[in-house]
Design a binder for this molecule. Structure first.
Ligand code: ZN
Length: 388
């Protein structure tokens, strides 16, 4: 299968100008100003007026659903393949959450395989909020080494009333084991950290990095935009070389209560001198989001949406004046680097052919995942196995 995309405005995510992109099988073969190739097996796509960018890498998705914190009926549904494809997300990392009793790692792995069979690249973290982590094999190292889809651990919770209140030593041991497991399996072995609303914020990770030789990049703390206090600390953490992850799924009520909107937060972080390379966005899709009426009364739950990832990139560019190149970095190259997926997040020869074309309004026009077209002219063309 050979695809030639002509005359697209390419953001690798670096801005490369107008280029042609040649895809053969599952890989990008060449990006150059003018590539000519014809033949019965070559599909030529006119990319004029469209932006070509790497398929988005979403480092935190509750692929089998999450929530449940308000009783069984608050458990959220699993992610739909079509939603991910239409949102331009071609690589995702599935996680459990608060609930690791009725949600299981085996179910998580099965769903990751299903999404991969549909054409996406889906990986998982072993463990859940809880420390000590519950793993599939007796140890975390074994999970990372023996299960291909496990690339890290988490999201483990800190600074949250729903966490297991881990001590510094517990987190240190977990990070050390993840690191060694990652080294032995040639994976990132990163620790995805859910940071809650408690005032201690990132201090546990900061102390750990200070006291040990575990590098700060072993961690990917998420939800750092959940309140302004945490956001400000996170800027400092990022200036010291750490990655910080913003959660794009939100509600008007959460924003009114002080959550920092991602698009605005990205602009503020860049203005505050944080290198863009340290910032990532993730959708937290299919997590539960509490909803309130005009009087602040709890009325029910919404569900985090994977489409929020691009929506915040769009707002960053269109409303907050962030350069498109920088805004795209936080959903492509940066998360791929943070979780150490070397084949993902960049358009260049030899990388996986995960590719999105955006229209002039920065909406998803077309999507390819590992060389296969999933979306064409705003419509899903890959037929999922399950329709409903
Ligand atoms: Zn979380």
């Amino acid at each position: 299968m050979i695809t030639l995309i002509k005359n697209a405005e390419v953001y690798s995510p670096d801005h490369l100008g107008q280029q042609d992109i040649l895809v053969a099988g599952e890989r990008i073969v060449r990006i150059a100003p003018s590539i000519s190739l014809t033949g019965p097996d070559v599909t030529v796509i006119d990319g004029s007026g469209l932006v070509a960018t790497p398929g988005f890498v979403d480092s935190l998705v509750h692929i089998i659903g999450g929530g449940g914190e308000g009783g069984f009926r608050t458990r959220t549904p699993e992610l739909d393949f079509a939603d991910a494809a239409l949102a331009g997300v071609t690589t995702l990392i599935g996680v459990l959450g608060t609930d690791a009793v009725t949600r299981t790692l085996t179910n998580l792995l099965a769903k990751a395989h299903a999404l991969t069979e549909e054409g996406l690249s889906c990986y998982c973290h072993t463990g859940s909020y809880h420390i000590p982590v519950r793993t599939l094999f007796p140890t975390l190292q074994e999970d990372l080494i023996l299960v291909e889809k496990f690339i890290g651990v988490g999201e483990v919770a800190i600074a949250d009333h729903r966490s297991s209140q881990p001590t510094l030593n517990e987190l240190k041991k977990l990070a050390a084991e993840a690191r060694v497991g990652g080294m032995l399996s040639g994976k990132g072995g990163i620790v995805s950290v859910h940071v809650g609303d408690s005032p201690e914020g990132l201090s546990l990770i900061e102390k750990l990095v200070e006291e040990s030789d575990i590098p700060i990049t072993q961690f990917l703390p998420t939800h750092i935009n959940r309140n302004r206090r945490l956001f400000i600390t996170a800027l400092d953490y990022a200036r010291h070389g750490g990655y910080i992850d913003f959660t794009t799924s939100t509600t008007p009520e959460l924003l009114a209560q002080g959550e920092v909107k991602c698009s605005r937060g990205l602009k503020e972080a860049l203005d505050a001198g944080v290198p863009v390379s340290q910032i990532t966005f993730s959708s937290d899709a299919n997590a539960s989001l509490p909803q309130f009426d005009a009087n602040g009364q709890f009325v029910g739950l919404g569900v985090g949406r994977i489409g929020s990832l691009l929506a915040e990139v769009r707002d960053a560019v269109q409303q907050d004046g962030v350069a498109l190149e920088s805004a795209l970095c936080v959903v492509t190259r940066n998360p791929a680097r943070a979780v150490k997926l070397g084949q993902k997040g960049e358009l260049s020869a030899g990388k996986d052919a995960d590719l999105v074309l955006l229209d002039s309004a920065l909406k998803v026009h077309s999507v390819w995942a590992r060389g296969r077209q999933l979306v064409a002219e705003h419509r899903l063309v890959a037929k999922p196995m399950m329709t409903h």
